[in-house]
Ligand binder design. Structure first.
Ligand SMILES: NC(=O)c1ccc[n+]([C@@H]2O[C@H](COP(=O)([O-])OP(=O)(O)OC[C@H]3O[C@@H](n4cnc5c(N)ncnc54)[C@H](OP(=O)(O)O)[C@@H]3O)[C@@H](O)[C@H]2O)c1
Length: 281
């Protein structure tokens, strides 16, 4: 039931849990939704207890309220938890990155974040300018590692080249059994370059656990039965079997958190991964 498995983050010396918890929708989506904090904190704390000691949030989630909830869930326990947040694409100028980071740290009630990510590319602001601010934050100890999100291969390379003191640790992108378009270029690129892929929407926003009755779902269910696992656990394990990939499902239902946490510390055999690749191709 617990996730005690780790992977190296990019080229850094940092080890991160292969499963973290996402927070999009925690405390609201685009606006602050007050009243759901206790349920969310309970879910995040259960995830932490079960070894999902990696929380992913963003300044834009619930207009900052998700970060506040993450801060409450972590409380005094900060040291052994990997905290990732993101700066929005509208805030990628040098001054705005610095300001956004200060705002996130305040809401999180933390002195530093472990990973600061550019949420989406913004082609009207040079990535060099954004990365200069990122490295300044790293030099000041406010940010431990630097990542991007939703970057193509080309944009990832540009981000890598724009950094002079640190290596690019990660790229957070949509990846699950159903949505596999990044396998064509981004997965091999990140593998070669030692950039961690943080898979978001790893259970396809509930579509995988919900699934259907067509052949591909029967293949998934057959494999799940063989391992004594659930559909979701197999789908998450399929992701983390890939060398550069870790996954961040979001769950506020305690049963979901428990189920997701049971997706690591075991491995699907190659023949079963191949069968899933074929069924979901
Ligand atoms: N960088 C980006 O642009 C970007 C974009 C999207 C997401 N993300 C990050 O990635 C995280 C995860 O992605 P996501 O929230 O889009 O989708 P997801 O994790 O694929 O799906 C979340 C949904 O699946 C349900 N769920 C989780 N585990 C389940 C289980 N074992 N059985 C049944 N249902 C289950 C959750 O329900 P309950 O909540 O009721 O438990 C929730 O409705 C986000 O929270 C966010 O941190 C990043």
């Amino acid at each position: 039931m617990t996730c005690l498995e780790f992977k190296k983050l990019g080229k850094t010396e940092v080890e991160i849990p292969v499963l973290g918890l996402g927070t999009w929708g925690i405390g609201g989506f685009s606006d602050r939704h007050l009243g759901s904090e206790d349920k969310a904190v309970r879910a995040l704390r259960l995830g932490l207890e079960l070894g999902m000691r990696f929380l992913d949030t963003a300044e834009i989630y619930a207009n900052g309220h998700s970060e506040e909830i993450v801060g409450i869930a972590v409380g005094e326990e900060r040291e052994n938890i990997f905290i990732a947040t993101k700066v929005s694409p509208s805030n990628l100028s040098y001054e705005d990155v610095i300001r956004s980071c200060e705002g996130s740290l305040k809401r999180l009630k933390m002195k530093y974040v472990d990973l600061y990510q550019v949420h989406w590319p913004n082609t009207s602001i040079p990535i060099r300018e954004t990365m200069k601010a990122m490295e300044k934050l790293a030099a000041e100890g406010k940010v431990r590692e630097i990542g991007v999100s939703n970057f193509s291969v080309h944009q990832t390379r540009e981000a890598q080249e724009a950094l002079s003191k640190k290596s690019l640790a990660s790229n957070q992108v949509k990846y699950n059994l159903i949505e596999r378009s990044i396998e064509e270029d981004l997965v091999p690129y990140c593998m070669k370059e030692h950039v961690t892929i943080i898979a978001y929407s790893p259970v396809a926003r509930g579509h995988i656990p919900g699934g259907g009755r067509e052949e591909r779902w029967r293949v998934l269910d057959g494999i799940a039965e063989k391992y004594g696992k659930t559909r979701t656990q197999v789908a998450l394990n399929w992701l983390i079997c890939k060398e550069p990939v870790v996954a961040i499902p979001k769950a506020v239902t305690l049963e979901h958190v428990r189920e997701d946490a049971g997706s690591a510390d075991w491995r699907l055999k190659k023949e079963d991964r191949d069968a899933l690749n074929k069924a979901f191709s």
